[in-house]
Design a protein around this ligand. Structure first.
Ligand SMILES: *Cc1c(COP(=O)(O)O)cnc(C)c1O
Length: 368
C-alpha cells in the first residue's frame, strides 16, 4: 500500500527520545526550551510557547487575547474544524468567510464585507490551507485598516515563507501543529509564536495551571489549563526541525513531479508561483466537476494499493455549525465548489518520482 503520509522519523531521533526517557525528566525541561528556541528562530519571532496540539495553540491564542462571549472571530469556511471549534469553545461566534479559488485561503474581499457588517469581530484567523500561503498581505491590509488582530492558523505551514518571512510570523499570533499528518510531528503537539512578550507570558500561564513562570515563589495568577508538550515529544521535534529545509525541498520536488504528470489532464493541481510559499503538508488536487462520486475514486485507488483521502472540510455545512447557524449550500460558493472535489494524494519521504508517476497515472486512468 502506498500510504498517504509517513512520519519523518530517523533512528537517531528514536535514540534521542530513548535517552530522554532513560534520563527520567519527562516534562517542563531543557528539551522543550530548546525546541521552543529553535522554532522561534525558524519562524522568526521572539517567543514560542510549545503546547500539546495545534488545537491547543489556537485555543490558547484566543484565550490570551481575552476573546469570549459576545465576541466574534472571522475564520475561513474551508478548513479543519478546529479553527472554528476553538472560537465556539471560548464562547464566541465564528463568522465564516469564503475562500479564494487560487490559494484556498480566506478571500480578502469577502473578509472586507464580513467586517463591514459584523462589529463584534475581535480577531481574524486566516488558514494556510495544506501549507500554502493564503493571501496574507491583502488580509493583513484589511485587518490593519480596522485595527483587528490576526491569529494565523499556520498549522500546516511550518517552514513556508513569503517574501522571506515565515508563516506564523505574519499575524499578531501564529499557531502551528505537530500532528502526524503534518510535515513535522511529535505525535500530538503544537506551538504558539508571537513577538508580544506579555501575550507570551499569558500563554505560558494558560498552558500550565496559571502558574506565573516569572514569579520568585510559585504563584498562580489565572485559572490555567494543562496543555503542555512533553520532553520526549520536544526531542522528537528537534531532530525533524534540524532537517526541515531538506524535508521541504524533497516534498516540493515530489509535488513538482505530480504537477508535471497532471499537466493537460482534467485534474486541477496546485501551481504556486514560488515553491517556498508551500510546504505541501498535503498535495491536494481537484477532480473534474463531472465526476459523480469522489468516494468511488478513493475506493478504486485503494483497491490498487494507493491510499488517498478527502481534502479538508466545508465547516459551515458540518452538523454543529449548520444546525447552529442555519447555513446552506450557496452561502459560500467557492467552498461549495472546492470541498466536494478535493482529493489528497500520497506524499512522503518513502516515495520517489516513479511512485508519484504511478499514483498520478492510476488516478488519471480512473477518471478518464
Ligand atoms: C491540523 C490542523 C489543526 C489542528 O491541529 P492538531 O495538532 O491536530 O490539534 C488546526 N488547523 C488546521 C488548519 C489544521 O490543519
Amino acid at each position: 500500500m502506498i500510504r498517504l503520509m509517513v512520519p519523518d522519523i530517523e533512528s537517531e531521533d528514536i535514540e534521542a527520545v530513548a535517552e530522554v526517557l532513560r534520563g527520567g525528566h519527562l516534562v517542563q525541561g531543557e528539551q522543550v526550551r530548546q525546541f521552543e528556541a529553535l522554532l522561534a528562530k525558524t519562524i522568526g519571532v521572539d517567543h514560542v510557547v510549545a503546547v500539546s496540539s495545534g488545537t491547543a495553540a489556537l485555543h490558547l491564542a484566543l484565550k490570551a487575547m481575552e476573546i469570549g462571549p459576545g465576541d466574534a472571530v472571522a475564520v475561513p469556511a474551508y478548513t479543519w474544524p478546529a479553527t472554528a471549534n476553538v472560537v465556539a469553545l471560548v464562547g464566541a461566534d465564528p463568522v465564516f468567510v469564503d475562500i479564494e479559488s487560487s490559494s484556498w485561503g480566506m478571500d480578502s474581499y469577502a473578509l472586507q464585507r464580513v467586517l463591514a457588517s459584523d462589529r463584534r469581530i475581535k480577531a481574524i484567523m486566516p488558514v494556510h490551507a495544506f501549507g500554502r500561503f493564503a493571501d496574507i498581505v491583502s488580509i493583513n491590509e484589511v485587518a490593519q485598516a480596522r485595527g483587528i488582530p490576526i491569529v494565523e492558523d499556520a498549522a500546516c505551514a511550518l517552514g513556508a515563507t513569503l517574501a522571506g518571512r515565515a508563516a506564523g510570523s505574519w499575524g499578531d499570533i501564529g499557531c502551528v501543529s505537530f500532528h502526524p499528518r503534518k510535515v513535522l510531528t511529535t505525535g500530538e503537539g503544537g506551538a504558539v509564536a508571537t513577538n508580544d512578550g506579555s501575550v507570551a507570558a499569558r500563554l505560558r500561564m494558560l498552558r500550565n495551571h496559571g502558574l506565573d513562570p516569572n514569579a520568585s515563589s510559585p504563584d498562580f495568577k489565572i485559572p490555567g489549563y494543562n496543555l503542555r508538550l512533553t520532553e520526549f515529544q520536544a526531542t522528537l521535534g528537534i531532530g525533524q526541525l534540524r532537517r526541515l529545509e531538506r524535508t521541504l525541498g524533497r516534498r516540493r520536488a515530489l509535488a513538482a513531479a505530480y504537477s508535471a504528470c497532471f499537466a493537460g489532464t482534467g485534474v486541477e493541481h496546485p501551481r504556486p508561483d514560488d515553491p517556498a510559499t508551500h510546504t505541501y503538508q498535503s498535495y491536494v488536487v481537484l477532480l473534474p466537476r463531472r465526476l459523480e462520486s469522489r468516494q468511488s475514486v478513493i475506493s478504486a485507488l485503494r483497491t490498487q494499493g494507493i491510499e488517498t483521502t478527502v481534502g479538508t472540510y466545508h465547516v459551515p455545512l458540518t452538523t454543529y455549525f449548520r444546525e447552529h447557524y442555519r447555513f446552506r449550500i450557496g452561502d459560500f460558493p467557492v467552498t461549495d465548489d472546492v470541498a466536494p472535489r478535493a482529493l489528497t494524494l500520497p506524499l512522503h519521504r518513502d516515495l520517489d518520482e516513479v511512485a508519484i508517476g504511478r499514483v498520478a497515472a492510476t488516478l488519471i486512468a480512473h477518471i478518464a
